[in-house]
Design a protein around this ligand. Structure first.
Ligand SMILES: N[C@@H](CCC(=O)O)C(=O)O
Ligand SMILES: NCCCC(=O)O
Length: 255
């Protein structure tokens, strides 16, 4: 029996009432549980040693969040007033992502996580896509019910020759859209896997990655088991985590 993968799930740092807290949406936890045992990774003021974490984790889900990456991480202009940031999360996730990719630990990066992947590898972000000429408004309707906010909003077209094609996703499909930021300059190590109709990069993979290293701008974790595209993505992530967990289990007997 192969070992059940241990899946890190990145948390946000948030004030809940009087308490400084670590938070993760349940939809991320449940989607990670499809791939293995979910383990929340706190956004500590002194981040835990990423090397020590990666020795134990068989995959990491980089989650979405209402907060935005601080622009100094990509030499961007200051954020608009009232922008929500999470410096502890930035300091935790950006180094962790780089090292996970280096070490071949599978990473699946969603929305803020997708933006983190681009920034961690040297790319830049648009801070307010809806204000750019020629771009769609990618934000959710603010007062709609949650099911309406996470409903399919626009198409994405899958680029030939990439991982999304390889795992059998259709050439075009509909995705939800709940973000105001988006990729501006794509990091050199990333391949644009899918584009929105306005040209915004919606999915990426790390070229020549040793392990699964994929990011999507939409939210496949939302009711993932009901959506064949989301299910295929999480199955591919799970397969990669199972392979790493299995390889690690076999290693001691080879010595
Ligand atoms: N806060 C980021 C990410 C959104 C998300 O992760 O859902 C944005 O608005 O673009
Ligand atoms: N932009 C929405 C953030 C909430 C979420 O994680 O889905």
């Amino acid at each position: 029996m192969s070992r059940i993968p241990l899946i890190g799930v990145t948390a946000c740092r948030q004030q809940l009432g009087k308490y400084d807290s670590h938070t993760v949406g349940d939809k991320y936890v449940e989607a990670a549980a499809f791939a293995g045992i979910p383990l929340l990774l706190p956004a500590r003021s002194t981040p835990s040693d990423p090397r020590a974490l990666l020795e134990r984790l068989d995959g990491i889900l980089f989650t979405g969040s209402p907060s935005n990456i601080e622009p100094h991480h990509y030499q961007g202009p200051p954020s608009a007033k009232d922008t929500q940031h999470d410096a502890y999360r930035d300091d935790t996730t950006l180094p962790l992502l780089r090292l996970a990719i280096d070490q071949g630990v599978p990473v699946f990066c969603i929305c803020r996580g997708f933006q983190e992947l681009n920034v961690a590898l040297g790319g830049t972000l648009h801070q307010r896509v809806h204000e750019l000429p020629g771009y769609l408004d990618h934000r959710e309707p603010p007062s709609d019910a949650l099911a309406e906010q996470y409903a399919p909003r626009h198409a994405v077209s899958v680029q030939p020759g990439g991982l999304l094609e390889l795992i059998g996703l259709p050439a075009s499909f509909q995705v939800n859209s709940l973000h105001s930021q988006g990729i501006d300059r794509l990091a050199g190590a990333l391949f644009a896997e899918a584009l929105a109709p306005d040209g915004l990069v919606e999915a990426v993979s790390v070229r020549d990655a040793q392990g699964f290293a994929v990011g999507v701008q939409w939210h496949p974790e939302w009711r993932f088991s009901e959506n064949p595209v989301s299910l295929s993505l999480f199955q591919a992530f799970r397969d990669a985590c199972l392979i790493l967990a299995g390889n690690r289990q076999r290693l001691p007997s080879r010595r």
